[in-house]
Design a protein around this ligand. Structure first.
Ligand code: PLP
Length: 404
């Protein structure tokens, strides 16, 4: 089969691949601990499930408007007002099949072949591939000081005549870092001066720890929603445990939303109304599930950081949000792929090699799972990497020997 050159250049999502691998290995009876997946274990809110069931039972499941059902868009208008302090209109919102799809359509709407999109490392695995899918050019900016946040001068240096957008994800997948307000303010300012889009991927904006709150991105611009270069991407997957419902959205100018609606009307037609009514219920219902998730993730974060600090040679920055941690294992092995494979083979723990996120020498550890499972995974990693641990370990029904 001869596939297109563009399609041939697109890599498989390593995290989606690892998830499939974990499911397969578990089905074969392997005692796998999955610290690779970015998916909380909490169930979808009960009222969201009830609304979906009600809709399903009605038998009235038809096409919805391409940009989203009016009642869900109204709920997102209210969410934007409450969480971002910004009054927008329903015409400023488009609902898509998850934030991934929102971002894809956004890039489709704005990127011409050869346009450059600045991606700040460490970055979510899908950004560069999506830019490539638009025949755009991903420009990766790595922090020159070895931290998880590039400085404004690192970013400025990467800007050219062809720069069309900068993507920022804070709190960040994979590092868990929250970008300082001063830095975000400077990047937004730079974008507005140079007429570059600022894509704020806010999918984790509620998952912040230690009582902190993310400063809403609109507070860094004086421009109104029709003229600002700031575009917000958000969704339900991470905060409400609703990854399978596939609901994401973009908040932008009416013109942008109209173009994205055209794209959507010619591709997916619309998002499933069953998922949309569930999303509306989640957004407008009791929000205690979000607080419970944050508390559980913070406790998991504390445990993971504590365990990592006990492994000789490992350097770890305490994540301020999300459910990821990106420790530096380069003193043990500089090749993150070799290390991840070793941990899978010896300790039956799935992690994601940092190289996938532009952070070679690191591993991304997701602590989105149940506390007991995360603790078991950490104990196994420590056993496998700490030269002082016993040579053998019982994992499930297997006795494993560490021969590093
Ligand atoms: C940074 C980031 N943005 C967007 C997404 C997409 O989320 P979804 O498509 O499930 O809404 C993810 C999922 O892992 C993510 O980590």
């Amino acid at each position: 089969m001869e596939i297109s050159k563009l399609a041939a250049s697109i890599a498989e999502s390593p995290t989606v691949k690892l998830n499939a691998e974990a499911i397969k290995l578990r089905a074969q009876g392997e005692a796998i601990v999955h610290l690779g997946v970015g998916e909380p274990k909490n169930k979808a809110p009960q009222n969201a499930v009830a609304r979906a069931v009600e809709k399903l039972n009605s038998g009235e499941i038809k096409y919805a408007p391409a940009d989203g059902m009016p009642s869900l868009k109204k709920a997102i208008v209210q969410y934007t007002e409450k969480n971002y302090g910004r009054t927008v209109d329903a015409a400023n919102i488009i609902v898509s099949d998850g934030a991934k799809h929102s971002l894809f359509n956004l890039l489709y709407a704005l990127i011409n072949p050869g346009d450059q999109v600045i991606i700040l490392a460490p970055y979510w695995v899908s950004y560069p591939e999506m830019v490539k899918m638009m025949n755009g050019v991903p420009v990766i900016v790595k922090p020159s000081d070895g931290s998880f946040c590039p400085s404004i001068s690192d970013i400025e240096k990467a800007i050219t005549e062809s720069t069309r957008a900068i993507i920022l994800n804070s709190p960040n997948n994979p590092s868990g870092a929250v970008f300082p307000d001063e830095l975000v303010a400077k990047i937004v300012d730079l974008c507005e001066k140079k007429n570059i889009y600022f894509f704020s991927d806010d999918i984790y904006h509620k998952l912040v720890f230690d009582g902190r709150m993310i400063t809403p991105v609109y507070s860094f611009t004086k421009k109104d929603i029709e003229s600002t270069n700031v575009v917000v991407i958000n969704g339900l997957s991470k905060t409400y445990g609703m990854t399978g419902f596939r609901i994401g959205w973009v908040v932008g100018s009416r013109q942008l939303v109209k173009v994205m609606t055209n794209i959507q009307s010619q591709s997916t037609t619309c998002n499933s109304p069953i998922c949309q009514v569930a999303a509306e219920a989640a957004l407008t219902g009791d929000q205690s599930c979000v607080n419970e998730l944050v508390a559980a993730m913070q406790a998991n974060r504390d445990m993971v950081v504590k365990e990592l600090k006990l492994i000789p040679g490992v350097k770890v920055a305490k994540p301020e949000g999300t459910f990821y941690c990106l420790p530096d294992f380069s003193a043990i092995n500089k090749d993150s792929m070799v290390l991840a494979e070793f941990l899978l083979k010896k300790a039956l723990v799935i992690t994601v090699p940092g190289r996938e996120f532009g952070a070679e020498g690191h591993l991304r550890i997701s602590y989105a799972g149940a506390a007991a499972e995360v603790a078991e995974g950490m104990a196994r990693i420590k056993w496998a990497l700490d030269p002082n641990s016993p040579r053998e370990m019982q994992i499930g029904n297997k006795k494993v020997v560490r021969d590093w």
